[in-house]
Write a protein that binds this ligand. Structure first.
Ligand code: AIR
Length: 208
C-alpha cells in the first residue's frame, strides 16, 4: 500500500486507541472522494462556520470551539482500506456523524462509509447530479440519509440537527440561523414590493 495511505491509517488507528474527552474530539467527520470535490463540499465548511463550529486540524490539539469537524480525502476506489479504517474508527475517535461526498457515476464513498460505520449515521452528498442514484441506492437494512446534488451546506445543517438532540445549545444556533434566513426573505420581499420590479431588477443586475 502507498506509504502516505499507510501513515494515515496508522494515524486513525492511533487516535481511536487514545482515550479522549468527547469535547476534545471532532464531532463531525467530513470525507470526500477527491480534492476536486472541495468546491462543492466547502458548503458544509461554510455552514459549520455560521453555526460556530471550528475545523479541527490536529487531533491532539483541539480548537477552543466546543463543536468541531475534521476533513479528509478518502476514495472508495483508490484507497478502499483508508475508507474502511476511517469509517471503522470514526466512533472511537469521538465522531458522532459523518458527511461523505463523492462525484462521478460511481459515487460509492457515502454508501460504503455508511456500511462500515454503521450504526454511526452518514449523510451522503452527491457531488454532481449524475452521482445521485449511486449515493442514495442503498438496499433495505443498510441506511444512508442524503441531500440533493451539491447541497453540502444542507448536509452540515442536518448533521447539526442530529447533534442538537444531545446538545441543546446547538438547537439555539440552528434557530438563530433560521431567524436570519427568514429576516432576509422578509427584507427582500418588502424591498421588491416597495421599490417596484424594474428598479429592483436593475439594482440586482448592477450588483453582479
Ligand atoms: N471518486 C474518487 N474516488 C472514487 C470516486 N468515485 C470521485 C470523486 C470525484 C470524481 O471521482 O469523488 O468527484 C473525480 O475524481 P478526480 O480525482 O478524478 O477529480
Amino acid at each position: 500500500m502507498a506509504e502516505s495511505v499507510t501513515r494515515l491509517i496508522e494515524r486513525l488507528e492511533g487516535e481511536a486507541a487514545a482515550d479522549r474527552e468527547p469535547a476534545a474530539t471532532p464531532d463531525v467527520g467530513i470525507v470526500m472522494g477527491s480534492d476536486s470535490d472541495l468546491d462543492v463540499m466547502a458548503g458544509a465548511h461554510d455552514a459549520f462556520a455560521q453555526l460556530g463550529f471550528a475545523e479541527q486540524t490536529d487531533f491532539n490539539n483541539p480548537p477552543d470551539a466546543r463543536f468541531t469537524y475534521e476533513t479528509y480525502v478518502v476514495s472508495a476506489h483508490r484507497t478502499p482500506q483508508l475508507m474502511a479504517t476511517y469509517a471503522d474508527t470514526a466512533a472511537e475517535r469521538g465522531i458522532e456523524i459523518i458527511i461523505a461526498g463523492a462525484g462521478g457515476k460511481s459515487a460509492d464513498l457515502p454508501n460504503m462509509t455508511a456500511s462500515f460505520a454503521y450504526p454511526l449515521p452518514v449523510i451522503g452528498v452527491p457531488v454532481q447530479e449524475k452521482s445521485v442514484d449511486s449515493v442514495i441506492g442503498m438496499p433495505t437494512g443498510a441506511p444512508l440519509v442524503a441531500v440533493d446534488a451539491g447541497k453540502s451546506f444542507n448536509a452540515a445543517l442536518s448533521a447539526v440537527q442530529f447533534l442538537a438532540r444531545s446538545y441543546p445549545e446547538l438547537a439555539d444556533e440552528l434557530d438563530a440561523y433560521h431567524h436570519e434566513l427568514r429576516q432576509a426573505v422578509g427584507d427582500v420581499s418588502r424591498e421588491l414590493h416597495d421599490r417596484g420590479t424594474a428598479a429592483f431588477r436593475a439594482d440586482r443586475a448592477g450588483g453582479q
